[in-house]
Write a protein that binds this ligand. Structure first.
Ligand code: XLS
Ligand code: NI
Ligand code: NI
Length: 437
């Protein structure tokens, strides 16, 4: 028996909206069926190792405020095992089935590549046992190719080939760890893949290098038998002034340009969407249209602040609008809902991390139930369909099927009477959403 880190907290249960127990789910009922699937199948909720077990709350103005019990041993291997014990205890108590990690969230990076590889192998063996004992699975792994100063000018897009090779070595090891832990997917988030100034940057060459790098990583993983999906996680900026995976549309264009669209899909994050001046609903809709809605990093931004605050989801309106797209596109391609979110720097009680994940899961559950009712019982879908009904038959249908030429449009318009105005009924649509919330 390993040590208990979250003392006095039992497994979180569903108690329903009438419960006043702050340590219970009010809406997330894992076995409840909504739109033909249980909630736990819809969501595949995952814990982000980096925020929940590594993030101590430091900011540019001060050090961390969390006093993690598992972070005490001076021996990096022991500290990593203690952290894994805490992580698996927490995930089990939340009743979630998945986690996500960066390579060096699991264990501190060594002073050289070979030492890092040794450390990763040791902790992967340990986590294999923890997985087997608990039934907890790996939603995705990734490599942290942005924190180490060596990546200050980029990883795959670094102007120096030796750094690109170093990043390649790191991604190879992160893929090995992900595969050894039966990871279902693998993520690329290009925090340093972009520029601070275009004056010193050959953007065309860097984009070619990024595509070359992703192709090599994909080929390597496939040769090792990895059958999961690769995800690109778009973000417009931060830490770089501009990141190449700016938003869904940009990432899709990039993947198609370089022939990577079969193996790669998108991991969409709420706060990254808002940083790109989009809604989450927009980012999901763009990905869904391309068949690339792979996974979700759940969090929220702050409407008064301009950066990636990574707060836990609590906005029912925003999440309901997202769940409409989620249900209409029949869920995610391979991924799940990863809480890429952190508690606030002044949330220092042991319960706070539980409240945060309970609130996040309840927000998604409530939004899913609401979106399902909007789609199945309201006039929402029919009203939207009707706006396009002139394309369902006749010349409109011919147009959709590519049977008309521009001259045909001229002739049709010439023979038509004055066109009457048709309302877009935005306020009615908005009222329907609120009625069901
Ligand atoms: C940072 C990203 C990061 C990725 C994984 O903004 O969200 O946490 O999800 O590298
Ligand atoms: Ni983020
Ligand atoms: Ni993320």
């Amino acid at each position: 028996m390993s040590k208990e880190y979250y003392k006095g907290i039992d497994k979180i249960k569903f108690e329903g909206p009438g419960s006043d127990n702050p340590l219970a789910f009010k809406y997330y009922d894992p076995e409840k069926v909504v739109a033909g699937k249980t909630m736990k199948e819809h969501f595949k909720f995952a814990i982000a190792y980096w925020h929940s077990f590594c993030g101590v709350g430091s900011d540019p103005f001060g050090p961390g405020t969390q006093n993690f019990e598992w972070d005490k041993s001076p021996d990096p291997v022991q500290a990593a095992k203690d952290k894994a014990d805490a992580a698996f205890e927490f995930i089990s108590k939340m009743g979630f089935e998945y986690f996500c990690f960066h390579d060096y969230d699991l264990i501190k990076e060594g002073s050289n590549l070979i030492e890092s590889e040794k450390r990763l192998n040791t902790i992967v063996e340990y986590i294999k046992e923890k997985k087997a004992d608990s039934g907890i699975k790996l939603l995705w792994g990734t490599a942290n190719c942005f924190s180490n100063p060596r990546y200050m000018n980029g990883a795959a897009t670094n102007p120096n080939f030796n750094i690109v090779a170093r990043a390649g070595a790191q991604v190879k090891l992160a893929l090995d760890a992900t595969i050894a832990l039966n990871g279902e997917n693998y993520v690329f988030w290009g925090g340093r893949e972009g520029y601070m100034s275009l004056l010193n940057t050959d953007m065309g060459r860097e984009l070619d290098h990024m595509a070359q790098f992703l192709t090599m990583a994909k080929d390597y993983a496939r040769a090792q038998g990895f059958t999961g999906t690769f995800f690109i996680e778009p973000k417009p900026m931060e830490p770089m002034k501009h990141q190449y995976d700016f938003d869904s549309a940009t990432a899709i264009g990039f993947l198609k340009e370089y022939g990577l669209e079969k193996d790669f899909k998108l991991n969409i994050e709420v706060n990254h969407a808002t940083l790109a001046q989009h809604t989450m609903q927009h980012e999901l809709a763009v990905a869904a249209k391309a068949g690339m809605l792979g996974s979700i990093d759940a969090n929220r931004g702050d409407y008064q602040n301009g950066w990636d605050t990574d707060q836990f989801p609590n906005n029912i309106q925003e999440t309901t609008e997202a769940m409409l797209v989620f249900l209409e596109s029949r869920g995610l391609r391979g991924g799940g809902i990863n809480f890429d979110a952190k508690i606030r720097r002044n949330s220092t009680d042991i319960e706070d991390i539980f409240y945060a994940h309970i609130g996040g899961a309840d927000t998604f559950a409530r939004a899913l139930i609401t979106a399902d009712k909007i789609i199945s019982s309201s006039s929402y879908s029919e009203l939207r369909r009707k706006r396009y009904q002139t394309f369902d038959s006749g010349k409109g249908k011919d147009f959709e099927n590519g049977k008309l030429e521009l001259n045909d449009l001229y002739n049709i318009a010439k023979d038509s009477n004055e066109i009457s105005l048709e309302s877009g009924k935005q306020e009615l649509f908005e009222n329907i959403i609120n009625q069901y919330i």
